[in-house]
Design a binder for this molecule. Structure first.
Ligand SMILES: C[S@@+](CC[C@H](N)C(=O)[O-])C[C@H]1O[C@@H](n2cnc3c(N)ncnc32)[C@H](O)[C@@H]1O
Length: 173
């Protein structure tokens, strides 16, 4: 019943380690999948909201966290969060066959849409941490993040066998 969702993997755990000491009032997990990152955040934040475009993923996430909303990125929300996180679907693809991984051209299409949407629901000086990869055009994504009203820098990298995971930290200006 709950098998159509992204199972926590190396990228999930890398992002989870990075955000585990974040704290504040309200946090948002965009593209929550299994709810793993939202669960990590729920130890340190009073309010955690999770979104996903996949309803079957949210059915799974709902077994571990509250406040699950099915929408594109943060489009269904009207709130000012302290922190947003997203393990992006970053694989370059011509179309979206699997929303868990397919990121459209250069792995930028879905990511840009998510970052743009997130900029509307973060407090000033709020933080967005996203995970992308050397398989995507991550330098262009950082440039786009800046043009969408954030400061942005690479916070950490992790080499895997066939790619490098890239963690980007953005602050809403
Ligand atoms: C790489 S998976 C990450 C899942 C989970 N956060 C993790 O780290 O294990 C990406 C997730 O983003 C969701 N997603 C893709 N496009 C989305 C969109 N436009 N808005 C919201 N969620 C989206 C997918 O359904 C999937 O659950």
């Amino acid at each position: 019943m709950f098998d159509e969702y992204y199972k926590p993997a190396e990228d999930t755990f890398f992002l989870a380690d990075y955000i585990q000491n974040e704290k504040g009032h309200a946090a948002l997990d965009i593209g929550t999948g299994s709810g793993f990152l939202a669960k990590v955040l729920s130890d340190k934040f009073e309010l955690v909201v999770s979104t996903d475009i996949s309803f079957s993923a949210l059915k799974k996430a709902h077994t571990v966290v509250k406040n699950c909303i099915c929408c594109n990125a943060a489009d269904g929300l009207n709130y000012n969060f302290d922190l947003a996180v997203c393990n992006l679907p970053y694989l370059p693809s011509e179309k979206i066959t699997d929303p868990a991984t397919d990121g459209l051209q250069e792995g930028l299409g879905v990511a840009t849409n998510i970052i743009k949407s997130t900029s509307n629901v973060l407090k000033k000086n709020g933080k967005l941490v996203y995970l992308t990869s050397s398989l995507a055009n991550y330098m262009e994504l950082i440039r786009r993040s800046k043009s969408l009203g954030f400061s942005a820098k690479i916070a950490a990298k992790k080499k895997l066998f066939f790619e490098e995971l890239i963690l980007v930290e953005c602050i809403k200006l």
